[in-house]
Design a protein around this ligand. Sequence first.
Ligand SMILES: NC(=O)c1ccc[n+]([C@@H]2O[C@H](COP(=O)([O-])OP(=O)(O)OC[C@H]3O[C@@H](n4cnc5c(N)ncnc54)[C@H](OP(=O)(O)O)[C@@H]3O)[C@@H](O)[C@H]2O)c1
Length: 300
Amino acid sequence: MEIGSVVLITGCNSGIGAALARKFYSETELRVVITARAKSIAALRGSFKESERFLIRELDITNDDNIAALAAEVFLRWRRIDILVNNAGICYRSVVEHMDEESELNQLRTNYLGPMSLIRAVLPAMRERGFGHIINISSVSGMVAMPTMGSYSASKAALQSASEALWYELKPFGVKISIVQPGFVNSRSFQNVYLSKKARLSETLEAPYSVYYSSFSKFVERLMHMSHATPDRIANRIMKLVHQKNPPLWVPVSADANLFNILRRVLPKGIFHTLMFKMLPNPMAWSPQAPIMPGLSKDT
Ligand SMILES: NC(=O)c1ccc[n+]([C@@H]2O[C@H](COP(=O)([O-])OP(=O)(O)OC[C@H]3O[C@@H](n4cnc5c(N)ncnc54)[C@H](OP(=O)(O)O)[C@@H]3O)[C@@H](O)[C@H]2O)c1
């Protein structure tokens, strides 16, 4: 990457985005724009010192006016954006039956439609210069769907499919695209999960899917705590990607992401799904009518 390259990152107030912002803060030969929603911008300004080369700006990825205004400001100031990191994302934890249209749209707007709008805002300039790298932070959930995370998986799968199409569309213009797939990350991000109205109710009431929420949330939390992948490590991998001359399209970035990637490719689908089902914490006990798997109690 050449001196003076311009980097734009979304969702920088926590997790992977914050770790990435810290890395770019010390890459003093680059010009960087870190962004956060209005509610987080004060905290972000408290963590980083703005300078001629390091800007802190408000950006809600679901707001097209916001996107257009920010892109216009950066192009006016520096005339280019070389690297876009679409990191901002949210995760609904709700079974499909409990999702409603508003929640579905919120999930899609943040994880798919917003990043697509931002790509459309920066792409013409990248294409005209014949240079640029778009990095979309997806998830292992984009390749493997899990109970209570169907909507999240669908949004990441959509992001991945469009990114794959972009790889072909942009190759002739010299613009690169990468899909980064973290698996379980050891961070506090599970505290940021969104719940639909019905999912919230089922968490507190005794309802048909209540055990799904308690069992699966504990399971995911445990896997995240056990994971060696931290936001800092993911950010290190992204920094390596940024400096690579020929960055790959698919970038699984944790041991579990690599494992799922291999299993998904080599195992027949029927075997893969049976294996995944068996890895869940006693799923047959999730339905009040269902028998408990031998040797396992209902609250395992
Ligand atoms: N943590 C994991 O286990 C994991 C695994 C695989 C993939 N990922 C992906 O990695 C990315 C970063 O997640 P994380 O783990 O670092 O979680 P996180 O700490 O919750 O960070 C997500 C960031 O996105 C921002 N954001 C949410 N909605 C936004 C919007 N409408 N406009 C702009 N920013 C918005 C949040 O900002 P606010 O401060 O304003 O809320 C927050 O800073 C996400 O795309 C996520 O799906 C995470």
